[in-house]
Design a protein around this ligand. Structure first.
Ligand code: ADP
Ligand code: MG
Length: 282
């Protein structure tokens, strides 16, 4: 057989050499999104050092690590906001190179940023459609006449699937609580039939009850087949929600844990580096 072409995703190593960011591969399964050997530096700061990551359909993958470990940098590279210094991103096994987050979004990579970036003065439905406005059919399309009615109705249906009460989809997003903003961001992801949902600390600013709501949204998105990469410091929630937890330590993936097989404390010791030290001195 011919060797792999340059644009093909390198085979993940066999289980023996399982890289810490990689899942054991289901037979014939191609990751929805994957990173290979991704590095990124900011001046002399080495934020990422050769990161490999695979995310498969329907998975909820936790991405954890201490402040400065490189989590946001990795998400920003996966979502097109930053370009890596080296390494490659693959979407459905195809090599991609994003020059903007819009490009990533066009490929179905939906990202919820920590600041919940919504336009506060726009209505709920307008936020859902931001950047993807629908124009009416017929001659008015030529002047970009927006089909507000269709968008509002469709936004309402999307939000219903997230099971969070927003009130009127016509009210400005600025009046919404953190939990409701989350629902919109997640609603967007569901609405666009996204390939993958990346969430960078979506619960950081939320109360306990709202954090639980976000958890439910994550599970419901994943149950529709859309994998979720969830960054959070809420480790009990990460442990409960995730199929797999990837730990970043100083820009490197050091562990790939299955919550079913470990305790929250194990995750903590990988985050702090204690587990790493223990393994090195073993
Ligand atoms: N735009 C930037 N300019 C300079 N340094 C940055 C920038 N973004 C991140 N860093 C640095 O890269 C490292 C990783 O940061 P980050 O990815 O934000 O970590 P995390 O999200 O895990 O807290 C940190 O040392 C941080 O200070
Ligand atoms: Mg961060």
């Amino acid at each position: 057989m011919a060797g792999p072409m340059a644009d093909e995703m390198p085979e993940p190593p066999g289980d023996q050499a399982l890289g810490p960011g990689q899942a054991p591969r289901g037979e014939g399964q191609v990751p929805v999104i994957a990173a290979r050997g991704v590095t990124k530096h900011f001046g002399s700061v080495q934020a990422l050092r050769g990161v490999d990551l695979d995310i498969y359909a329907g998975e909820v993958v936790g991405l954890v690590g201490d402040n400065g470990a490189g989590k946001s940098t990795l998400v920003n590279i996966l979502s097109g906001g930053l370009q890596p210094n080296s390494g490659t991103i693959f979407v459905d096994g195809q090599r991609v190179s994003f020059s903007s987050s819009l490009e990533a979004r066009r490929l179905g990579i939906e990202t919820v940023y920590q600041d919940l970036s919504l336009a506060p003065d726009l209505s709920v439905w307008a936020n859902i459609f931001l950047g993807r406005e629908q124009t009416v059919k017929g001659p008015l399309r030529l002047v970009g006449w927006l089909d507000r009615k269709a968008m509002a109705a469709s936004a309402e249906a999307d939000l219903e699937r997230t099971r969070i009460k927003i009130g009127s989809v016509g009210s400005p997003a600025g009046r919404l609580s953190g939990g409701q903003r989350q629902a919109i961001a997640v609603g967007r992801a569901v609405a666009w039939g996204s390939r993958v949902l990346l969430m960078d600390e979506p619960t950081a600013a939320l109360g306990v009850e709202q954090q639980e709501r976000v958890g439910e949204l994550v599970s419901s998105v994943a149950s529709q087949g859309v994998p979720v990469l969830l960054i959070s410091h809420n480790l009990p929630q990460i442990h409960r929600l995730c199929d797999r937890v990837v730990v970043l330590f100083r820009g490197q993936v050091v562990a790939n844990l299955r919550p079913a097989e470990c305790h929250v404390d194990d995750i903590v010791s990988w985050i702090t580096g204690a587990a790493l030290g223990a393994r090195r001195s073993a």
